[in-house]
Design a protein around this ligand. Structure first.
Ligand code: UT7
Length: 325
């Protein structure tokens, strides 16, 4: 029995020019390169320029993905932008992206699931493509977390960075087996009992301000590996695959210790993990497509490879996806 699958036609990414190193942070606040590297694996992160907005970076990543996919922006009828740092409270930054790309048909909207945003956006676009309502989608993760950080809080400001990544998905008829190309399963989870462990202390209906990111880092860390590995196991169950079948593990890039701990528990060897947290920091919803674009650009990922994505973040939200490249 054939099935409609969301096949990845191409991917792309964008990083702002300014690099902020651990040494520069250590000159401003009470921290050290040694502490940051040892606890997180982060060496540097990018910071958006003055006037450089989430939608601007999203457009650059989307253009790179369209070029890589060899398709025209006009052929896109769905734009899903995962972000927790939109240009404005409304309209959705996705419509700014749509307008900048010259797309005037279909639908565009933002999706907010913090660091799990890209996996949530992938699942949403996949469902809409499979429904037959849309044919070609841009799924983007773009974040300017530098704008919501409290730069005096050493427990959080050293962790995050700015950037954007995007993929082009197309609804294609496939044989309907687990060997199909495209997204094979998506698994989404959330548990709002943890909502105050990683949050922003402002918003339109509470304070009327944007607010700053607040986090109980140790609490997030405590839950991360178990939540990630549980949802990945569910993705394996849904497809009949196991960790041994995974060619590339492309995790949300929050912390090298969380990535390594999850991979170890799942039984995925270090050589199959795509790591960018050392250069990008945690770019929230942008981290997975940024890492994907890196491993595609240097030709690590090849046609037919089985890719495992996972993320966990504020909410808590978490999720996983398996896709064949
Ligand atoms: O997408 C999800 C997003 N969030 C995350 O992934 C965060 C998950 N959590 C983590 O990655 C870790 O909890 C952190 C990296 C945030 C912190 O590492 P930790 O090993 O859990 O450290 P901690 O919070 O238990 O703090 C240990 C010590 C504290 O000092 P005392 O109380 O032991 O004297 C902190 O004040 O480290 C201190 N500390 C720092 N020292 C130097 C906290 N931040 C810093 C810093 N530089 N930047």
């Amino acid at each position: 029995m054939t099935a409609i699958r969301s096949v990845v036609l191409g991917c792309g990414s964008y990083l702002p020019q300014q690099i902020l190193t651990n040494a520069e942070l250590a000159a401003r606040i009470d921290t050290s390169d040694e502490w940051i590297v040892q606890r997180t694996g982060i060496h540097e992160r990018r910071i958006a320029a003055a006037g450089e907005l989430t939608s601007h970076m999203a457009v650059r990543a989307a253009q790179a993905a369209l070029t890589h996919a060899r398709v025209d922006a006009q052929s896109i009828d769905l734009v899903v932008l995962a972000t927790s740092t939109p240009d404005n409270t409304f309209p959705a930054s996705a419509v700014a992206v749509q307008a900048d790309l010259g797309i005037t048909r279909g639908a565009a909207f933002d999706l907010q699931a913090v660091c799990s945003g890209f996996v949530y956006a992938l699942a949403t676009a996949d469902a809409l493509l499979k429904s037959g309502a849309f044919t070609r989608a841009l799924v983007i993760g773009s974040e300017t977390f530098s704008r919501i950080l409290d730069w005096t809080d050493r427990g959080t400001c050293v962790l995050f960075g700015d950037g954007a990544g995007a993929v082009v998905l197309e609804a294609q008829q496939q044989p309907g087996t687990r060997e199909d190309r495209g997204i094979l399963t998506t698994q989404l989870r959330s548990d709002g009992r943890h909502k105050m462990k990683l949050y922003v202390d402002g918003g339109p209906s509470s304070t009327g301000t944007v607010g700053h990111l607040r986090m109980e880092g140790r609490e997030v860390f405590r839950h991360a590996v178990a939540m990630i590995t549980d949802v990945v196991e569910d993705a394996f169950k849904a497809t009949g695959y196991t960790a041994a079948d995974v060619d590339w593990f492309i995790p949300h890039q929050a912390n090298k210790r969380i990535i390594d701990g999850s991979a170890h528990k799942l039984g995925i060897p270090p050589g199959k993990i795509v790591v960018t947290v050392d250069r990008h920091g945690n770019t929230s919803a942008a981290s997975i497509p940024l890492a994907l674009a890196d491993a595609v650009a240097d030709r690590r990922i090849k046609r037919g490879d089985l890719l495992l994505f996972e993320a966990m973040g504020g909410g808590f939200t978490w999720g996983a996806a398996l896709a064949r490249w």
